[in-house]
Design a protein around this ligand. Structure first.
Ligand code: G3H
Ligand code: 13P
Ligand code: ZN
Length: 313
């Protein structure tokens, strides 16, 4: 089975009323946990790599690990650059074998975003690679993505047709109130998403795949385990699963999840060390951490995204 683009995955997801999970990967245990889950669930899958992940693990290592996972599981996998900030990183990922890239021009003016995105699309399409663009800005902090709440802005539906037509992008990430990281809503705040914006965007772009970033639910069970085992995380509130199910049934074809993986892994490792303070072989704590990732991803695929049983396997 080769690496594939997300084109057919999105067509099927749009028609079928489900979404493809795009999970961020940084190392072998994360890749193995995710791909074992997708294999057992017979689910289509996108593995995405941020600039920070490329710096941490190096492009070549991640590609080889993903190739090994394809060989091991027989899955069709799309490998995607998450939040590419300029033409150069997109080109480098395309030349290095990725089948999909995101050019995140959301910090630029509408005009400059169109110009930059079109440049990436022209290059990517000439190599058979698909492109995700972004309109609107999500708040939140992660390694290479850092946007304050004041700088965040919802997508303006009246801009989407012009953006898609002029750039030729294959999918569009929109901002409807999700945000990156583990702290999406303040304690006591009721999570709310602007489904009215999503509806208006999908009316204006019939059949076109929409992407939702910042979609971790920040599962309370993991935060509790972390804090019960020496961690110090403040109250964290994420996107309720029911809202993600609603999004997955609509034009949203790709849902990005990273923070929940981080929490699952960290909760498992903290608990392990608390229960086995004598352990020092990394395999002793990374093995249950990998199993925790697998369990979490199976839950997402089956109970939230609805993509279980949808792969060609
Ligand atoms: O949206 C960003 C992703 O969660 C990746 O985060 O830049 O810390 O690797 P990162
Ligand atoms: P979370 O931080 O909510 O997991 O979002 C990840 C993401 O959007 C990656 O692009
Ligand atoms: Zn993102």
């Amino acid at each position: 089975m080769p690496l594939v683009t997300s084109k057919k995955m999105f067509e099927d997801a749009y028609k079928g009323g489900y979404a493809i999970g795009a999970f961020n990967v940084n190392n072998m245990e994360i890749i193995q946990g995710i791909t074992e889950a997708a294999m057992e669930e017979k689910s289509p899958l996108i593995l995405q790599v941020s600039a920070g992940a490329r710096k941490y693990a190096k492009h070549g290592y991640l590609m080889k690990l993903i190739e090994a996972a394809i060989e091991d599981t027989g899955l069709e996998i799309c490998v995607h650059l998450d939040h590419g900030e300029d033409f150069e990183i997109c080109k480098s990922c395309i030349d290095g074998g990725f089948t999909s890239v995101m050019i995140d021009g959301s910090k630029h003016s509408f005009k400059d975003n169109i110009e930059l995105t079109k440049r990436v699309v022209d290059y990517a399409h000439s190599k058979g690679v698909v492109v995700e663009g972004e309109l609107g800005r999500l708040a939140g902090i992660e390694d290479a993505v850092n946007v304050s709440a004041e700088d965040a802005s919802y997508t303006r539906p009246e801009e989407v047709e012009e953006f898609v037509t002029k750039t030729g992008v294959d999918s569009l990430a929109i901002a409807i109130g999700t945000s990156h990281g583990a702290y999406k809503f303040k304690p006591g705040q009721k999570p709310q998403l602007r489904f009215d914006i999503l509806d208006e965007v999908s009316k204006r772009l019939p059949g076109f795949p929409i992407v939702l970033h910042g979609a971790s639910s920040v599962i309370p069970e993991f935060v509790d385990i972390i804090n019960a085992n020496g961690g110090k995380m403040p109250d964290a509130i994420g996107i309720p699963e029911e809202m993600l199910r609603q999004a997955a049934r609509s034009a949203v074809c790709k849902i990005n999840i990273d923070s929940d993986l981080r929490l699952a892994m960290t909760a498992s490792i903290r608990k392990h060390f608390n229960e086995h303070p004598e352990h020092f072989d990394p395999r002793q704590y990374l093995s249950p951490a990998r199993t925790a990732i697998k369990g979490l991803v199976q839950h997402k695929l089956r109970e939230v995204l609805g993509s279980s049983g949808k792969s060609a396997l």
